[in-house]
Design a protein around this ligand. Structure first.
Ligand SMILES: O=C(O)CCC(=O)C(=O)O
Length: 264
């Protein structure tokens, strides 16, 4: 007999919270029910194959290189919204953050991204992430690689990349990818380890800090599918969110804007 997964989860165990605070990430095994993962994957596979249209979203052109991801699908698609505000994520995210959180951004990946090293808070100030493996993920289909402890060190910001004559030379160079690579090496020289792959089974969730240096690793078996949903959150009481007009959602589904859009 199978039993349905409970709607909520107990939150982070003390050892998991310690790991998150020390390393900047923690893998939560089996948080999402495998049957639910399969249903989301089937939904997304139908969308990519053109069998399902998500109202308001352009059709996915799988003949294009790098077609394999969407941004902010939750704004159009109740299935994606359901994963952003999944009840099983609510307590672990609140524990990691130290209070209630708002969902702000989603990325759905059909394939490994091979994205270069970055820190999410460069793009989404104040954020942290729940990265949901909807299939088994490993270096073969392109998992993420993270530098443990890097969330406790510097965040590269736009200021570091400015190269104005009245400013000292930028700390790390003038290109974002190179700046983060340089920070990664600086962290290594300061005693941090090399980055490590996150190994996740279907239904596992990796919660990671928005200052953690991470990348999408090489896809060992090119063309393989790697269904992952990467959600980003900010603290509910965070008032430094700079993206006017970009809605944030509480886990009770309340939508608000940081500032109302000016009406022309
Ligand atoms: O899943 C990936 O390949 C990249 C995800 C990522 O970089 C992110 O969620 O910020």
């Amino acid at each position: 007999m199978t039993t349905a997964a409970p709607a909520t989860s107990p939150g982070l165990a003390p050892a998991q919270l310690d790991a998150y605070q020390r390393d900047g990430y923690v893998v939560l095994p089996g948080l999402i029910d495998p049957a639910e993962c399969d249903a989301v994957v089937a939904h997304m596979a139908d969308q990519a194959a053109g069998r399902r249209k998500v109202a308001g979203m352009p059709a996915i052109d799988t003949s294009k290189p790098n077609w394999g991801r969407t941004h902010n699908q939750h704004l159009y698609d109740p299935v994606a919204m359901g994963m952003l505000l999944h009840p099983r994520l609510r307590r672990p995210l609140a524990d990691a953050c130290g209070g209630a959180v708002d969902g702000v951004q989603t990325m759905y990946f059909w394939q490994g991204s091979e994205q270069r090293r970055h820190q999410d808070q460069y793009y989404l100030p104040g954020c942290f992430s729940a990265w949901i493996a909807l299939v088994d993920v490993s270096p073969e289909n392109g998992t993420i690689w993270v530098q443990p402890g890097s969330h406790l060190r510097k965040l590269v910001t736009a200021r570091d990349l400015q190269d104005a004559p009245d400013k000292p030379k930028p700390l790390f160079g003038s290109h974002y990818d190179e700046a983060v690579d340089a920070l990664y090496e600086q962290n290594r020289a300061a005693g941090l380890s090399a980055d490590v792959p996150a190994i996740a089974r279907k239904g596992d969730v990796v919660i990671f800090h928005g200052k953690l240096i991470h990348r999408g690793g090489p896809v060992g078996k090119p063309g393989s599918f790697r269904h992952v949903m990467a959600n980003h959150y900010i603290p509910n009481d965070f008032d430094g969110w700079p993206h006017e007009g970009w809605p944030r959602f509480t886990f009770d589904g309340i939508r608000r804007l940081t500032k109302p859009l000016a009406v022309a």
